[in-house]
Design a protein around this ligand. Structure first.
Ligand SMILES: Nc1nc2c(c(=O)[nH]1)N[C@H]1C(S)=C(S)[C@@H](COP(=O)(O)OP(=O)(O)OC[C@H]3O[C@@H](n4cnc5c(=O)[nH]c(N)nc54)[C@H](O)[C@@H]3O)O[C@H]1N2
Ligand SMILES: Nc1nc2c(c(=O)[nH]1)N[C@H]1C(S)=C(S)[C@@H](COP(=O)(O)OP(=O)(O)OC[C@H]3O[C@@H](n4cnc5c(=O)[nH]c(N)nc54)[C@H](O)[C@@H]3O)O[C@H]1N2
Ligand code: SF4
Ligand SMILES: [Mo]
Length: 731
């Protein structure tokens, strides 16, 4: 018997409302759901593989324990909990709570209960060492917002946008950065049809750049100077929003002085773009109502915080925030309503607080504790050494910069527990692998999607959309799998710990920071946890559940209010620390010294995601391996010709730090001089040579954890890496 049910896809963070067909209770097909008001029939190739993922022979149906000889044996979940509880208890007793760390990966948001319960567990054992993938993504965004101050009203309605500036972001592939979540292609088409101008800054003529009115096909690594030069143009031509600035902004004159050295003709020359295009980008952006959003790439260039700060300042001086009287199209749905007052919140210090790490002076920040310092914290002996790591729904052996160092550190742990659906690279290093339920086997809701709008201007849904999805299928017969949060809950029960979780709320709302004690005697249901998490929601979960295809919960009475008299907080475009950094950047720009690495290596390696995989996930599914089972090193055909290389040749790519084997493929859309690879592929370091055709290559081996480090977030340089490329010769 065939049945069709609406479901929220959680293969990636786009959270599409799709339809899933079941035959005798087994998933057989996933397709778009035209009855979903936000996604409107959208479903990408990854989401279509959910049935294959469920049926995949590599999927773990039982938790695993590594035996003395290195092989794995299935272990009942309850036994695994007992053994892990005992070992963790011993480690904490002997070395203190800080010897235990948590790594929370991208897929920890699949089930909204995972992170709250995991954090509660860490709080209960008393360890603050929570490493977040965001620290190797765009951590500077949060620290920059702290320096700058926030705008206490949601962004203007997407429908009113007449300009979008995207820097190092490709939302038609990544579905995240700078266009509304849900169905970004459709949104872009409609917006362009109604007159929105799209400006893209990217060394590749990407899927998104091909639809732009203006594409600045820059050299990588020039985003900071390009934005500074755009500000320079805006000041010299008086294009900023004087009225908005007068009311709401401080530091304008200091910023004007600080960007003066970024002379547009010089910057355009260095960045390799026509100077007329740079002027046009600045003028178009300043003249329109819209938003500038960056993707990952500018954060990977070593000064993510400063870059994001300048980008916020660009939005601010152009007055790109909502005003009193604007309609609020997007506000809390499963969270409490976001505040909607046209005023600035006070800047705060968003970095340099506890926990402090022992290595390289790295401390916590608003962007999360730096994962690139994890390996050193594991390897550095002495008081405070990390000895046990629980890694939930991430794959640190492939994703943290400097793979060789990280794998060495993970191998040296006393205890590594990995929660993973398969024998990923990290799972193969673990002492225990906990087998979780797949998203189709769990309830879900659009809570984390909703909160992405707080990540940066131009992100998240464009309207108050929400969906709840019940579990669609039961796990295969005979399996012993749990929801990720149950691992932490049952372990806490076993260790006699009490847990309290935080209901979801945006910072600045009264509900933010609350705690609810969990019943530690009888295990709550997932829905009960969801009820706690959405306790203060504007739209009760119960109401959202009545709309299985998802719904938009508009409230036309919500209008942005004017600020109260006497409000003194202002958006700060001249934070002293940021301006010191900017002055340094200006000096560097002036001297334009080439590093030795740059002299030695003529190409720049950049990251570019592929449509058919999601980070390290999906690389094992046949339906996604058809186009590229590995991650090619894309180069411009002229560069291939120059190096006497042909499509499909095996090459050695060498950076100052390391060397990898890869396979080149032509991409005429790339700028000459650039090599683009999808990151986080490949296997463990000792397998690289056999895997290059089958699983690809880990470009993280070319990175150092201590090169080009952002001084606020600790994020190392992860893009624009000087490399040389030559044909691989067997020796
Ligand atoms: N299909 C798919 N979607 C994904 C992911 C995935 O793996 N696959 N990963 C998800 C995750 S975790 C994230 S964080 C987001 C990331 O989302 P995005 O940041 O949009 O990621 P990319 O698609 O890699 O786009 C980065 C773009 O920056 C360009 N670029 C590289 N170097 C530079 C530079 O120095 N300057 C400028 N201006 N541009 C540069 C690249 O050519 C590329 O087009 O995507 C998410 N979505
Ligand atoms: N060199 C370089 N390094 C990078 C990047 C880059 O561009 N270049 N990008 C960085 C970015 S933006 C990010 S976000 C990080 C990503 O870093 P991570 O979050 O560490 O990596 P993911 O591949 O997202 O981790 C997914 C893991 O979860 C497992 N998994 C898949 N589905 C589920 C599920 O439903 N439940 C559970 N429990 N597990 C599941 C997968 O098998 C896989 O092991 O990598 C960063 N590293
Ligand atoms: S975009 Fe993401 S959520 Fe949507 S169908 Fe594809 S994988 Fe699923
Ligand atoms: Mo990411």
């Amino acid at each position: 018997m065939t049945t069709t049910r609406p479901m929220m896809c959680r293969f990636c963070d786009n959270g599409c409302g799709v339809l899933i067909e079941l035959e005798n209770g087994r998933p057989v097909k996933v397709r778009g759901d035209r009855d979903n008001p936000a996604y409107a029939g959208f479903c990408c190739i990854k989401g279509q593989q959910v049935p294959e993922q469920w049926n995949h022979p590599g999927r773990l149906l039982q938790s695993q324990k590594r035996m003395a000889d290195g092989t794995f044996r299935a272990i009942p979940f309850s036994d695994a909990i007992e053994e892990i509880g005992e070992r963790l208890g011993d480690i904490v007793a002997k070395h203190g709570p800080r010897s235990v760390a948590l790594y929370k990966g991208t897929y920890s948001v699949v089930n909204p209960a995972t992170v709250p319960v995991a954090l509660a567990f860490m709080e209960a054992i008393g360890s603050p060492l929570i490493f977040d993938t965001n620290s190797i993504d765009q951590p500077g965004k949060a620290v920059a917002q702290a320096f700058h101050g926030g705008w206490l009203a949601p962004p203007p309605a997407f429908e009113t946008r007449d300009v979008t500036l995207l820097i190092g972001a490709n939302p038609l592939v990544s579905y995240q950065m700078g266009l509304p979540l849900a169905n970004p292609g459709r949104e872009l088409t409609a917006a362009i049809a109604r007159g929105m101008r799209l400006i893209v800054i990217d060394p590749r003529r990407t899927e998104t750049a091909r639809r732009a009115h203006l594409h600045l096909q820059c050299r990588p690594g020039h985003d900071l100077v390009l934005v500074a030069a755009m500000l320079n143009v805006i000041f010299r031509e008086n294009l900023f929003d004087g009225e908005f600035v007068k009311e709401n902004v401080k530091g304008l004159e200091a910023l004007r002085t600080a960007v003066a050295p970024f002379e547009p003709v010089l910057v355009a020359g260095r960045a390799g773009v026509p100077v007329a295009d740079l002027f046009e980008a600045a003028r178009t952006f300043a003249a329109g109502r819209g938003v500038a959003t960056a993707g990952t790439a500018p954060s990977f260039n070593g000064q993510g915080t400063l870059f994001e700060y300048l980008l916020l300042s660009l939005n601010t001086v152009c007055g790109q925030w909502s005003r009193a009287g604007d309609t609020v199209t997007h506000t809390g749905t499963l969270t409490p309503p976001f505040p909607a007052i046209a005023k600035a919140s006070a800047p705060h210090r968003g970095y340099g607080y506890d926990p402090q790490l022992r290595v390289r002076g790295i401390a916590n920040c608003d962007g999360g504790l730096q994962a690139a310092a994890l390996a050193e914290e594991i390897l550095l002996e002495g008081n405070g050494q990390i000895r046990a790591l629980v890694s939930v729904a991430g794959n640190p052996a492939l994703t943290i910069p400097d793979q060789v160092l990280n794998v060495r550190a993970l191998e040296s742990l006393d205890l590594l527990v990995q929660i993973d659906i398969k024998f990923s690279a990290t799972a193969r290093l673990a002492d225990y692998v906990i087998a979780p339920r797949l998203p189709v086997e769990m309830a879900g809701m659009t809570l984390s999607q909703e909160l992405t709008s707080l990540y940066a201007p131009g992100m998240g849904y464009k309207e108050a959309y929400a969906q709840y999805t019940p579990p669609i299928v039961e796990p295969p017969e005979g399996s012993d799998v749990v929801e990720d949060w149950e691992f932490f809950y049952v372990l806490a029960q076993h260790m006699g710990l009490r847990l309290a979780i935080e209901p979801a709320a945006a910072p600045g709302t009264p509900a933010y920071g609350g705690r609810v004690d969990l019943d530690m005697e009888s295990r709550p249901s997932t829905d009960e946890l969801f009820e706690i998490l959405t306790r203060d929601a504007r739209v009760p979960l119960e109401e959202v559940k009545k709309h299985p295809h998802g719904a938009i919960f508009r409230d036309d009475s919500l209008v942005v209010e004017g600020r109260e008299a006497g409000w003194t907080e202002r958006l700060d475009v001249a934070n002293p620390e940021m301006l010191v950094d900017l002055a340094e950047a200006a000096d560097d720009f002036e001297t334009a010294l080439h590093t030795e690495a740059e002299e030695r290596h003529p190409y720049r390696l950049i990251n570019g995601r592929l449509i058919h995989t999601y980070n390290t996930n999906g690389q094992d599914l046949e339906g996604l391996r058809r186009k590229w089972p590995y991650n090619p090193a894309f180069m411009h055909p002229d560069d291939l010709g120059r190096e006497a290389l042909c499509a499909g040749d095996t090459v050695e790519i060498r950076s100052e730090h390391g060397s990898i084997r890869s396979i080149v493929q032509p991409d005429p859309n790339l700028r000459v001089g650039v090599v683009s690879m999808a990151p986080t592929y490949g296997g463990l370091p000792d397998e690289q040579d056999e895997l290059v055709h089958e699983w690809g290559t880990n470009s993280g081996r070319l990175l150092r954890v201590d090169d080009g480090v952002d001084r606020y977030t600790g994020q190392p340089r992860m893009g624009n890496i000087p490399v040389s490329v030559r044909a691989w010769v067997e020796n």
